[in-house]
Design a protein around this ligand. Sequence first.
Ligand code: HEC
Length: 143
Amino acid sequence: MRAWLTSYYQKVIILMAILAGSAVAGVAYAARYDMTEQAIDQRIAPSGKVRVDGVAEVDASETDAGRTPQSIYETYCLVCHATGVAGAPRIGVAADWEPRLAQGRDQVIANSISGIRAMPARGTCFDCSDEEIAATVDYMLSQ
Ligand code: HEC
């Protein structure tokens, strides 16, 4: 053993430095590789979130689980159809819908699936099935 290592205090200091160093490395490792479900969810969460005024933060990537015509409307359609952005027929305003319904409900639904002029295809709910879009249109018409 070399002379400079023989002092008791030097040994303690070196030991503490090693412990502190591995603690820092350990914490850094744990933070990077936290395998709790919550931490994994955060790491694989999609980055896109839509913020709509008057509605709590809405996750645009919400899956089929628990999705209803109303929640689809609030997530994807409300942003345009609540106030009539770009001439969108407003929810609850019958006069906006009458001329459109003159072409028949099926055509209105087909247009909302394929998109028409400023109305984006599927109202931007790209993972919505045709049935979900139809149910959401029905929900809008019922308001
Ligand atoms: C970016 C804005 C926007 C979003 C989001 C949006 N719409 Fe629209 N929508 C429009 C506009 C604008 C029109 C009118 C298009 C036209 O006739 O020129 C329209 C028209 C419609 C029509 C009438 C189609 C017809 O045949 O006249 C329906 C039904 C409809 N939207 C349903 C939906 C549904 C359901 C959603 C959500 C899943 C949605 N929209 C999301 C803008 C939007």
